[in-house]
Design a binder for this molecule. Sequence first.
Ligand code: GDP
Ligand code: MG
Length: 164
Amino acid sequence: MKPVVAIVGRPNVGKSTLFNKLIGERAAIVKDVPGVTRDRLYRDIEWSGHEFLLVDTGGLEPNTKDYIMSKVRYQAEVAIEEADVVVFIVDGQAGVTALDEEVAYVLRKKNKHVILAVNKIDNLEKHSELVYEFYGLGFENFIAISGEHKQNLGDLLDLVIEKF
Ligand code: GDP
Ligand code: MG
């Protein structure tokens, strides 16, 4: 069985954008509107001789705040169960939100490898003040990336395969 790597996070942080960049095609729909990735999407990928299954998560239909909260938690839980490594995406431009804390809470309860990727850091030289507040989420594997601009994605994949 190939290792499973799940991309997890609240709506609109850039999970599907990252997934598409990593697999090299537009399999997942990217939208400004939260909740367009209806199911989990799977693709085989290979990095530095390591093959694994990458999973984009979603399934979030915007409704009430509580509804989104429970869906985020559910999706995160399902993805975490089947994953060997979790890439937890947050939005570095938006800062820490209650939904990020919800996902972090679910992740901390499980004994899985988690890599926190602070996304939308489009200018890596100027990123520092944006990423610091995410240290508070309590994950020791930490990287600043830009999915859209393909910044640091190789370093992210290096961190992922270290955990296999
Ligand atoms: P998802 O809901 O987590 O799957 O997020 P999407 O991949 O659909 O992206 C949500 C929005 O964030 C879209 O408008 C993307 O273009 C934008 N986005 C994704 N990655 C980046 C990034 O690295 N930088 C910037 N500035 N925007 C991004
Ligand atoms: Mg998506």
